[in-house]
Design a protein around this ligand. Structure first.
Ligand code: F6R
Length: 237
């Protein structure tokens, strides 16, 4: 596992993704949430100003809230369109069906789809303050596949800022790629900024490989890079 500490993580992340795309990557794995936003902004700039083309690329999202239609501003399918994919020339963008009548069936179907369009060349990741990646909350099986998960209170509190600071509006359940699914990607690139992520980054990088910190699975992956700013790196030894 490589750890890169820089003032502008989005530049390193954009370099990783742009290099992969130029070298023929056909599938990108996209995270949502605030952490990759600056990376997406930089990739949109490189597309618009430097001609970086995503025309040969398809994408799969990490996760989706159960019960939010894809028109809802906080659905991850909508979020990624608004903040990234509507602004570039990318091909198909797949996401779990959070409105399916049977979320278990939808999760299995999504895992199967990733197997068909994958392997993912670069999986972009953020990290929760409790160490989750995707929505694999602490105690998630290290070999888990895409499935329905219940969010912890901590994650719902963290994400309430996207829902008018109203915890009751934050969905209880999600469909998320499992840790095993995520690790099928050829390369993992995790970005974190700010002191609020410092404990999670320290546990992921220097703690034991453990389901207690799902992001520690990056220690096991053969090609994982963690890109952090000095604040997020501040609790590394
Ligand atoms: C989102 C996702 C989550 C977020 C994490 C951090 O698709 O998979 O793991 O990356 O919750 O969220 P932010 O970046 O908003 O702090």
């Amino acid at each position: 596992m490589e750890v890169v500490i820089v003032d502008h993580p989005e530049q390193v992340m954009a370099d990783i993704i742009a290099d992969a795309v130029r070298e023929g990557a056909s599938t990108l794995g996209l995270a949502t949430g605030s952490s990759p936003l600056a990376t997406y902004t930089e990739l949109i700039r490189r597309h618009t100003e430097e001609g970086l083309s995503f025309a040969a690329v398809n994408a799969v999202l990490l996760d989706e809230y159960v019960g939010l239609p894809t028109t809802h501003p906080e659905s991850y399918a909508r979020f990624i369109r608004d903040n990234f994919t509507d602004h570039i020339d990318i091909g198909d963008v797949h996401s779990p069906d959070g409105m399916a009548a049977d979320s278990r069936v939808a999760a299995q179907a999504y895992d199967h789809l990733i197997g068909q369009v994958g392997p993912v060349d670069v999986q972009i990741l953020g990290i929760g303050s409790n160490g989750h990646i995707g929505f694999n909350e602490p105690s998630s099986s290290l070999t888990s596949r895409t499935r329905i998960k219940t969010l912890t209170r901590k994650t719902r509190e963290d994400n309430a800022r996207f829902f008018d600071d109203d915890l009751d509006q934050v969905p209880m359940h999600v469909i998320t790629q499992g840790l095993g699914t995520i690790c099928d990607a050829r390369r993992l690139a995790l970005v974190a900024t700010g002191v609020g992520k410092a404990d999670a980054i320290a546990a992921a990088v220097e703690g034991p490989l453990s389901a207690a910190c799902p992001a520690s699975i990056l220690q096991w992956h053969p090609n994982a890079t963690i890109v952090v700013d000095p604040a997020a790196a501040s609790r590394l030894k």
